[in-house]
Ligand binder design. Structure first.
Ligand code: KG4
Ligand code: ZN
Length: 358
């Protein structure tokens, strides 16, 4: 697209890997011209987690209006686009397929190229997008409902895995603990808010030492420890009460949570933060990085953010709130360097549930 005499690269990003249908237009990999997210939270909340079949159906319903809104907000027509970028994986195959199929149709109609983006690379770009000052090599900590990974990023677009979770992802631990204690789905935002009212050092969780790669994570032991604590302190009555709450406000949740449980939540959260920061700091030291990019849904955690930003030697970078959870601006931003390198996808692009970044 030409503005004045300057040629601008405007990329439409499409994201449908899990339970958000999202489309966004980003100019030159940096400037967000529109960013639309249709959340399916209400559909999945009553099941306590994402139901894959329902997710695909909701994506099918939302994809056309969401893309139309993203183009409209950016003041663009399909013909103005330089490329269409889409999440190819990792994620739920049925959900990914909806975005991929629609992206292909748009490229076919507009004759613009198709770009495949890894969802995890997208999360890293949700930070790079707004922080051109980040120095390389950098360390990237990607913490979401599906991933907990540490990557060495020698330069934008290059990634080496340094560590990853051996079982549950950090966000998954939040969601499982929340479900176990009778809080809604997703658990992260609610535990984050409630934890501010508890004593983070009240319950000591001792986690098993990692054998092998010390930069790997494990969160399933912590979840089991919370389960054991809950059984020992017989929380069944308060859990049953919370499950009965109808459209509760935050004050209702708080009133339905005794101090001992607030302490448990704060201690659980502090253990997760300690685990994440300890390994991120060790990994940054190992590769000689002084910039740490934190991204993915758990990057929205206020405790994690506050404690990371207090670190004296390392510069931590977080995405702003609406870019930490799944969105398509990060997909369009991650596609820009690929566009410049001419890295286009063929029309037989497939959804890859376990697509690895490195
Ligand atoms: O990146 P995301 O939107 O989707 C995936 O790619 O998984 O991350 C969603 C995850 C959920 O597990 C949710 O509980 C967690 O991020 N999350 C949080 C917070 N906000 C979202 N976890 C902790 N604190 C938060 N404030
Ligand atoms: Zn994500």
């Amino acid at each position: 697209m030409e503005i004045g005499n300057l040629r601008q690269t405007v990329i439409l990003g499409i994201e449908s890997s899990c339970d958000e249908t999202a489309a966004a237009v980003v100019e030159n990999g940096r400037s967000i011209r529109s960013n639309v997210v249709a959340s399916q939270l209400d559909t999945h909340a009553k099941y306590g987690g994402v139901v894959p079949e329902l997710a695909s159906r909701e994506h099918l319903r939302a994809i056309v209006p969401v893309v139309r809104e993203a183009l409209g907000d950016a003041g663009l027509k399909l013909q103005d686009l330089s490329a269409v970028a889409v999440t190819a994986g990792p994620g739920l195959v049925g959900s990914l397929l909806v975005g991929i199929t629609y992206a292909k149709a748009l490229c076919f109609a507009s004759k613009c190229p198709l770009i495949a983006v890894n969802h995890i690379e997208g999360h890293i770009h949700s930070v790079l997008l707004e922080h051109p000052e980040i120095r390389f090599p950098a360390l990237a900590l990607v913490v979401s409902g599906g991933h907990t990974h540490l990557f060495e990023v020698p330069a934008p677009g290059a990634y080496h895995v340094l560590g990853k979770t051996r079982d549950d992802a950090a966000g998954e631990a939040y969601d499982k603990v929340a479900k176990l204690l009778g809080f809604g789905y997703p658990g992260g935002p609610m535990i984050d808010r409630l934890a501010r009212f508890g004593n983070a050092r009240a319950v000591k969780f001792t986690l098993a030492k990692m054998k092998g790669n010390e930069l790997d994570f494990s969160f399933s032991g912590l979840k089991t420890a919370v389960l054991r604590w809950t059984a020992q302190h017989d929380l069944s009555a308060e859990i049953a009460h919370r499950k009965q709450l109808q459209n509760p406000s935050f004050e209702d949740w708080l009133a339905a949570t005794p101090q001992t449980t607030l302490d448990l939540l704060a201690s659980f959260q502090q253990t997760v933060i300690d685990e994440l920061l300890r390994r991120a700091i060790a990994a940054a030291g190992q590769i000689g990085a002084d910039s740490v990019i934190v991204s993915g849904g758990v990057a929205a955690n206020t405790g994690l953010c506050k404690q990371a930003l207090a670190h004296r030697a390392l510069s931590f970078y977080f995405p702003r709130a609406n870019l930490s959870t799944d969105n398509a601006a990060m997909i369009a931003a991650a596609a820009f360097p690929k566009f410049e390198r001419g890295e286009f996808a063929a029309f037989d692009l497939k959804a890859q549930a376990s697509l690895a970044l490195a």
